[in-house]
Ligand binder design. Structure first.
Ligand code: HEM
Length: 67
């Protein structure tokens, strides 16, 4: 905010989005042995897992097929 805010903000946000796209195109999120299945949620207003929901990223070529 204001007249002296970051001049590179839009560029930086664009670059961050491209990094996220690159990660999502290259890796799949899969369950691992620490992943709680079924997931238990907090009994509160916010939807959040009781314990951290652990997933791992595997290269798409090695990921189990989704079909
Ligand atoms: C994730 C990346 C970046 C973060 C988190 C960031 C953060 C910030 C912050 C917190 C400020 C101070 C703003 C204020 O005083 O209100 C700032 C200023 C500035 N940033 Fe960034 N910045 C990023 C990327 C960039 C990039 C890529 C460029 C240039 C291409 C850049 C150029 C500048 C300049 C020149 C200022 C000084 C603006 C002024 O004082 O008039 N920043 N940045």
């Amino acid at each position: 905010m204001g007249p002296r805010n970051c001049i590179g903000m839009r560029f930086a946000l664009q670059a961050i989005k491209l990094v996220i796209v690159e990660i999502l195109q290259s890796f799949s999120f899969v369950t691992c042995k620490e992943t709680e299945v079924p997931l238990e949620l907090l009994d509160k207003v916010a939807i959040a897992p009781k314990k951290p929901n652990k997933l791992k990223l595997v290269p798409r070529s090695e990921a189990p097929s989704q079909d």
